[in-house]
Design a protein around this ligand. Structure first.
Ligand code: ZN
Length: 391
């Protein structure tokens, strides 16, 4: 009879398996799993096959789905889904019985300060799932460089037992102060703590629209400006070289046009989605809110929700300049330092009519309305075609 052992908060599933195996007198997690698998087949028939997390969950005192969500890296690694069930990490094909075991980084990562604090307060140290995420080089709690153990059996022993753990490159840790890297970290943690998936199609639309918007703002509209360009501009080259070399450098072959194309070739969805959001939104909070707000609704609703978020944000950004220049395209273009064509496009896309050729009295009426209108009055007026005569 095996003795159960509850996982610690945020404990990585492989580390928990290591502790559980030691606790029950096995030499390694592998040995424990082989034993559990044989026992399950004996009890339920030779054809029975079970996912690793389903075999482990009974000893965690959590239900299997919760165990998987809170302790594996799947909420990050498998965030994009083509299915409607946002909590199913395996999909109908099954087969990937070891995907809960997924370890995207090479080596086992620990924070020396977390280890010291665990040993002081709990009497033992444990492996944290957050530290194993791709693109994470430092502990969010202590701000210090993570250290890595490159041994196949690293997770079979507590992190504190490896005296030869080597800290990651200092330069990588210093890149955390770059805004995009900082946003990436917050977004990656949000993927883990929210614990549910997003539809790939919706995610691609959400990010694709942001890329198009940035392309317009920087006057590089059209097929030339891609998601890869956004990511390369936002992230330091050294960070990309270490974590996603596919995007490092600038050769044409490394271009990625759409986020779904980026993900189809990647074993880890999370890094691509988190990079895309960090590169295209100016705050991680906005990125997370928009990304999750559009999930779960019917496809048409999702699209219109993305559009309305984008529309009102862009309109709010343009409105003060529009009012100050009384809707004259030439003056707005001059004030913003962009071309006449860009301003016309932007005004049209947010429902603000160009007022250069509108009679003086009508122009004053529009400006007076826009200066005092509430958000919903503006939405209604724009939705009805921004008709000047209606004011
Ligand atoms: Zn720490």
């Amino acid at each position: 009879m095996l003795r159960p052992l509850s996982p610690q908060p945020g404990e990585y599933i492989r580390g928990h398996a290591g502790r559980l195996s030691l606790w029950n007198g096995f030499l390694s997690a592998e040995e424990l799993l082989v034993f559990l698998c044989r026992r399950a087949k004996k009890e339920r028939g030779a054809g029975f096959s079970s996912h690793v997390y389903q075999l482990m969950a009974p000893f965690s005192e959590l239900d299997p789905q919760r165990y998987l969500t809170e302790h594996s890296l799947l909420p990050f690694c498998r965030i994009g889904t083509r299915e409607d069930d946002v909590f199913d990490y395996h999909g109908p094909t099954g087969g990937q019985s070891r995907s809960a075991w997924m370890q995207p980084k090479d080596g086992a990562y620990l924070c020396p300060d977390c280890v010291a604090s665990d040993e002081r307060t709990r009497g033992f140290s444990y492996w944290r799932a957050f530290h194993q995420l791709p693109g994470i080089d430092a502990c969010a709690a202590h701000g210090k460089a993570l250290a890595v153990v490159k041994r196949a059996d690293a997770f079979d022993r507590p992190p504190g037992s490896w005296a030869d753990a080597r800290p990651v490159n200092d330069q990588l840790v210093s890149l955390r102060t770059t805004p995009a890297v900082d946003r990436y970290e917050t977004i990656a943690y949000a993927f883990m703590s929210r614990g549910h998936r997003v539809h790939r199609l919706v995610a691609a639309q959400c990010i694709g629209m942001r890329v198009a918007e940035i392309g317009v703002q920087t006057e590089r509209n059209g097929s030339q400006f891609t998601l890869a360009d956004c990511i390369r501009e936002a992230f330091p080259a050294a960070w990309l070289e270490a974590h996603y070399p596919r995007l490092y450098g600038s050769e044409k072959s490394k271009k990625i046009v759409a986020v779904n194309a980026a993900c189809s070739g990647s074993i880890v969805d999370g890094i691509v989605y988190a990079m895309a959001l960090a590169a295209t939104f100016s705050t991680s909070m906005e990125a997370i809110n928009v990304f999750y707000a559009t999930q779960g609704a019917a496809p048409e609703v999702r699209v219109s929700a993305i559009k309305s978020v984008k529309l009102s944000t862009r309109r709010d950004r343009l409105l003060p300049c529009y009012i100050a220049n009384e809707g004259r395209v030439t003056c707005i273009a001059k004030a913003l330092g962009v071309s006449h064509v860009t301003v016309s496009y932007q005004l049209r896309s947010v429902g603000l009519p160009p007022l250069g050729r509108v009679p003086e009295l009508d122009r004053q009426r529009v400006i007076a309305f826009l200066s005092r209108a509430s958000e919903s009055e503006l939405d209604h007026w724009a939705a009805a075609g921004s008709n000047i005569d209606a004011l």
